[in-house]
Design a protein. Structure first.
Length: 367
């Protein structure tokens, strides 16, 4: 049996991660001043319960104010949901491994998702490494929204900060980036591999609100939450898939903005980028790259450490090594890792311009 650090895993979960889980479990979540409100999927099927399941971000705990009437953490919620939605009897170790596998933040290469019966959960694609033909033909169905809503977000003046960060107006227009006054947020539409509109993320501009709820979150407009499970899709793949297929190569960034910077520096005709929208890569995201013919994968995550050898340094290093160990049999994987501290803390490899990116790319780590 493989041991997992439950506390480390829980501490690595962001508010957006919790929101994503509640969303894919059918909890119809919404952000609140204390964290997240959700339907009571802890003891009800999706769509049945009232919105009395509260998640408090400060304590990282849930409180159900109806049927359960008690407090519990994300792992106990996994146990409850697995029992209700999939008739699975999970214990704490199962729940911890499930979270680790789903987000890829603390899993082990010896532990396959199938060991936990995750293929029975309707929202999770089963990645069968022994059947590549089935992988190529299988497809995760995500909810498709009416893209007409995007025509409302055309306030270019508010996107000036991104223009100052090296993103061209052409890249902004191509990605249909806009501004939503009701949420004081830059709007970032997400599309599936076929170009269907599947979600709308907002980059919150207000400093106080960003501190409370995070800089990025799905937007709710006219009572519709334009959300999707981020781990089930790759941002920009609908645009870059032809180049990735032609060259057999893909660069995975953390955030959407990095793909726009890359396009601005090197042109759409050379765009081989996607964003996983986090600091981990899911099996479904790697499967999508497999589908378009990627053979060489370059992981280009942000510099999430302040100095060589600190705790964050080793956390990022171990995370990258786990990605290599988990997917190295299917792809040639290399890493952009700023060991010479040329970028700033939490910078993307593209944040300091094309010349530095090319140097980081040339000096990337190939294991």
């Amino acid at each position: 049996m493989i041991n997992y650090d439950k506390i480390e895993i829980k501490n690595n979960l962001t508010l957006d991660n919790i929101f994503e889980l509640l969303n894919i479990w059918g909890g119809n979540p919404e952000y609140s001043e204390f964290g997240i409100l959700s339907e009571t999927i802890c003891h009800n099927e999706p769509g049945v319960g009232s919105k009395k399941l509260y998640y408090y971000s400060n304590s990282q705990l849930f409180k159900c104010y109806t049927g359960c009437d008690n407090t519990f953490d994300i792992f106990e919620l996994v146990i409850k949901v697995a029992n209700i939605q999939s008739n699975k009897e999970y214990d704490l170790n199962d729940a911890v491994r499930w979270i680790a596998n789903y987000f890829g933040i603390a899993g082990s290469v010896e532990q396959e998702a199938e060991d936990l019966g995750l293929e029975d959960w309707k929202f999770l694609a089963n990645y069968d490494k022994n059947n590549p033909e089935e992988n190529l033909n299988s497809k995760v169905e995500l909810k498709i929204y009416d893209s007409q809503i995007l025509s409302r977000f055309n306030y270019r003046v508010k996107i000036t900060p991104w223009l100052k960060e090296g993103i061209s107006q052409e890249a902004i227009d191509q990605a249909i980036i806009g501004y939503y006054p009701g949420g004081d947020a830059i709007t970032i539409p997400h599309f599936n591999i076929d170009g269907d509109f599947i979600g709308l993320r907002g980059r919150v501009l207000g400093k106080e609100e960003a501190l409370l709820y995070g800089k990025y979150r799905p937007l709710k407009i006219n009572k519709i939450l334009y959300s999707h499970p981020l781990g089930m899709n790759l941002y920009n793949l609908n645009n870059s898939k032809a180049n990735i297929s032609r060259l057999g190569k893909a660069i995975i960034f953390e955030g959407e903005k990095s793909t726009l910077q890359y396009q601005s520096y090197f042109g759409f005709e050379n765009d081989i980028t996607v964003a996983c929208c986090g600091s981990s890569v899911s099996a479904q995201q790697m499967k999508l790259l497999e589908q378009v013919g990627a053979k060489d994968i370059i992981i280009a995550f942000d510099r999430q450490f302040q100095k060589i050898g600190d705790e964050e340094f080793y956390h990022l290093k171990n995370n990258l090594l786990k990605i290599k160990a988990k997917y190295g049999n299917y792809f040639n994987i290399s890493f952009i890792f700023d060991k010479n501290m040329l970028t700033n803390y939490k910078d993307s490899p593209t944040d300091e311009g094309p010349e530095l990116f090319l140097k980081l790319y040339k000096d990337r780590i190939i294991i």
